[in-house]
Design a protein around this ligand. Structure first.
Ligand code: IMP
Length: 419
């Protein structure tokens, strides 16, 4: 029997999903992205070589696997082909095993201009801190039912008429409301249509392909981007991304119904980070924050911005586990805590309804020994194990993986859902 396994970030993204997708792909036949766009930044380190992926599923480094971009993903063709070219330059063959849904909404230059103009204009500290890649405006066009999709590229005349209409609208907003430069229609048209022939061989009815794979008992891996607290409905609104980042998005974002999912892995860092604005109850501003930031190399993979750092938030994680129906957890970057005297877990909030509630902490002793590269539980210091056991007992979910370094092999595997 094939298995459908899902990888979801439990907090605000950057939990280390890319490495775990890459690791689980060893046993997968297909890897699927179902939401978000190239705002994601998934870092993989294989044999000392670092690869950062934004749009292409993180399973691509495994030659046997088919990589699929579902209809829920917003696609910038220029960025897709930039990523394809970069991977091809390193010898990874891609074009015959990357499938893209005809229903993916296109991110066009006016979406990027709108994203940036909006962030510049906002007052009262309401800046979202977006990645500036046009993600939000592209989803807005989709929901407003005026967006262009990949399938539209293959009827030039219709594409031209439709693009002219929506660019008239967006250029009006750019010029008159944001007092910024409009985007050139002819350039946008030529650039978009210029990708049509290149993308055409990859364009597929993803729903049929995934049904075929499921019936042929393939192992399918669904790769979430961003994190559960950036979900447009369940996240820290309005400081969120524009898609549903939780497991429920799989059904709508690539057409695999919820009853077909077998196991959902929640990836969670051994502490918490957030990039961009918005509430972060366990955020630290002291020397521990600088330590986590430095040792954890906490800079955004997409924008290079420094990530805010804080303690592990079990209280929020419990809610995230319910929203996603998480089956097991993977704790990443445990080694970043190695030098600390004590470690804290947020187990509750004092004022649950506050915009940024005050955490109630439980303090545990640190371990001051290296956990870096550990491959079995036995290799972990007693206090590190106690920290993990406390997370498990508080969340009532098992930890199935512990990632102890950036390489595939730096992982303690307790329960692989594909075994
Ligand atoms: P957008 O997705 O570019 O619209 O940005 C909205 C919010 O989501 C901002 O706070 C971004 O920093 C955050 N965000 C988007 N993608 C990622 C990601 O892959 N990792 C972490 N934060 C992200």
């Amino acid at each position: 029997m094939g298995k459908n396994v899902v990888i979801i970030g439990t907090h605000w993204g950057d939990e280390g999903k890319g490495k775990m997708v890459d690791l689980l792909t060893e046993k997968a036949d297909a890897v699927v992205r179902f939401q978000g766009g190239h705002n994601a930044g998934h870092t993989l380190v294989v044999a000392g070589k670092k690869t950062v992926l934004h749009l292409i599923p993180s399973g691509i480094l495994h030659e046997q696997v088919t990589c699929i971009i579902g209809n829920g993903v917003v696609v910038s063709l220029s960025d897709l082909f930039k990523e394809i070219d970069e991977l091809e330059a390193t010898g990874v063959n891609i074009r015959d095993r990357l499938l893209v849904s005809q229903g993916c909404p296109l991110i066009l230059p006016h979406h990027i201009a709108l994203d940036k103009a909006r962030e510049k204009k906002v007052r009262n500290n309401q800046k979202i801190g977006t990645t500036g890649r046009g993600i939000g405006p592209a989803y807005e066009d989709k929901v407003a039912r005026r967006g262009l999709r990949i399938a539209d590229l293959f009827d030039e005349q219709k594409f031209k008429t439709h693009l002219e209409e929506i660019m008239d609208y967006h250029n009006f907003v750019l010029e008159k409301f944001f007092n910024t430069k409009k985007i050139d229609f002819n350039e946008t048209l030529a650039a978009s249509l210029g990708y049509a022939d290149q993308v055409k061989p990859m364009v597929t009815d993803v729903v049929s392909e995934l049904t075929r794979l499921r019936k042929s008992e393939a192992n399918i891996l669904f790769e979430g981007a961003q994190g559960s607290l950036l979900d447009i409905d369940h996240g820290t609104y309005p400081y969120v991304t524009s898609s549903n980042t939780t497991a429920g998005a799989i059904a709508s974002g690539c057409g695999v119904g919820p009853m077909y999912l077998d196991y959902i892995l929640g990836i969670t860092k051994a502490y918490t980070t957030r990039v961009g604005s918005g509430p972060f109850p366990t955020e630290l501003f002291d020397s521990t924050a600088s330590h986590l930031s430095k040792k954890g190399d906490e800079f955004g993979a997409t924008t290079g911005r420094p990530r805010r750092c804080g303690w592990f938030d079990v209280h929020t994680l419990k809610r995230v586990i319910s929203i996603n129906s998480i089956s097991g957890l993977c704790i990443t970057k445990l080694d970043v805590l190695d030098e600390l005297d004590t470690v804290s877990l947020c187990v509750n909030y004092e004022d649950k309804d506050a915009d940024c509630p005050t955490p109630i902490y439980e303090e545990l002793p640190g371990w001051q020994e290296s956990t870096s590269g550990a491959k079995s539980l036995k290799e972990l210091p007693k206090n590190a194990r106690a920290y993990l056991e406390r997370i498990e007992s508080a969340c009532e979910v098992n930890i199935d993986f512990i990632s102890t370094g950036p390489e595939r092999l730096d992982t303690i595997v307790l329960n692989n859902p594909y075994d």
